[in-house]
Design a protein around this ligand. Structure first.
Ligand code: DGL
Length: 269
C-alpha cells in the first residue's frame, strides 16, 4: 500500500486518454500528469532529441514524489523506453507492449493497422512487438505528422473538413489492406476516435493506447503492492510546460466529465 501519486507524461493532451481510464479503474489514486505542451509535437524528433526531452520529463515527475510511471506517449515509449526505465528511479512502463497485446487478442483475421506518429513508425516498435506475440500477425503501419497538431488545437470533430481529410490521408492504405483491428498507437488519437471510426467503419476494432497503458499501470500497482488504500477521491494534478490555461481549456473540451478533482499548473522543466 502506498499513498504516493503515480506519474504519467506525454507531449500534450494525449496522455489524458490514459488518465481518464486510470481514474475509472482506480478512483483513489493521486495522479501527477505532465503534458509537455511547450515542446509538442514529439512525433518528428530524432531518438537523441527524444531521450533528452524524456530526461527532463522524468526529472520533473520524480520531483513530484511518484511511486510508478506510465510513459503515456507512443513516441517516447517506442524510441527510448529502456532509457526512461534506467533513469526513472521507480517502476516505469510504456504503451507499446500492452497495446500490442490487446490488438493481438482483438483481431480475427490477423491483419492489424498501426496508426502512429512518424517517429513511432520509424522505430518499428509496434511491428516488432506484434511479431514477437505472434509471427503470423500482419501489421500495416502508417505514420502521420498531421493529427497531433489538430488535437492540440482542440479539433477532432469528424465534420471538420481538415480533420476528415487528415484521417483519410493517413488511413487510406490501412483501410485498403483489409485490417479488422487498428492500433491507435499515439495517445492523442483516441481523442479522434469518432472521425477514425467514421472513416474505417464500425467493424474495425480500435485499440486505445492510452487505455491499454492505464490498464497495464493498474496491473503494475497490483503486482508491486503499490495501490493506494484510498478507494475514492484521488486527485489529478495536471502540469503543462506551455500555457496551463490553454491546456485546461482543451483538456476540459475533450474530457470534461472525467475531470473532477483536477488542478492545472505550469511546469518548469
Ligand atoms: N501522444 C504522443 C504519442 O503517443 C504524441 C506525439 C507527438 O507529440 O507528436 O506519440
Amino acid at each position: 500500500m502506498d499513498f504516493r501519486p503515480v506519474g504519467i507524461f506525454d507531449s500534450g493532451m494525449g496522455g489524458l486518454t490514459a488518465v481518464r481510464v486510470l481514474r475509472r479503474l482506480l478512483p483513489g489514486e493521486d495522479i501527477a500528469y505532465l503534458g509537455d505542451t511547450a515542446r509538442v509535437p514529439y512525433g518528428g524528433r530524432s531518438v537523441e532529441e527524444l531521450r533528452r526531452i524524456a530526461e527532463s520529463d522524468v526529472r520533473f515527475l520524480r520531483g513530484r514524489g511518484i511511486k510508478a510511471m506510465l510513459v503515456a506517449c507512443g513516441t517516447v515509449s517506442s524510441n527510448c523506453l529502456d532509457y526512461v526505465q534506467q533513469i526513472a528511479g521507480v517502476p516505469a512502463i510504456g504503451v507499446v507492449k500492452p497495446t500490442a497485446l490487446e490488438a493481438a487478442r482483438a483481431t480475427r483475421n490477423g491483419r492489424i493497422g498501426v496508426l502512429s506518429t512518424v517517429a513511432t513508425t520509424r522505430s518499428g516498435a509496434f511491428v516488432r512487438e506484434l511479431a514477437a506475440i505472434d509471427p503470423a500477425l500482419c501489421a500495416v503501419p502508417s505514420g502521420s505528422p498531421k493529427l497531433v497538431p489538430l488535437v492540440e488545437a482542440g479539433r477532432a470533430d469528424p465534420a471538420d473538413p481538415e480533420v476528415a481529410a487528415a484521417v483519410e490521408e493517413c488511413l487510406r492504405e490501412v483501410r485498403d489492406a483489409g485490417v479488422d483491428t487498428l492500433i491507435l498507437g499515439c495517445t492523442h488519437y483516441p481523442l479522434l476516435s469518432e472521425a477514425i471510426r467514421a472513416y474505417m467503419g464500425g467493424d474495425v476494432a480500435l485499440i486505445d493506447s492510452g487505455a491499454a497503458g492505464a490498464r497495464a499501470l493498474a496491473q503494475l500497482l497490483d503486482d508491486g503492492d503499490l495501490r493506494s488504500p484510498r478507494k475514492s477521491f484521488g486527485r489529478t494534478a495536471c502540469y503543462a510546460s506551455g500555457d496551463a490555461g490553454e491546456f485546461a481549456r482543451v483538456a476540459e473540451l475533450f474530457l470534461k466529465r472525467d475531470f473532477s478533482q483536477t488542478t492545472f499548473k505550469t511546469a518548469v522543466l
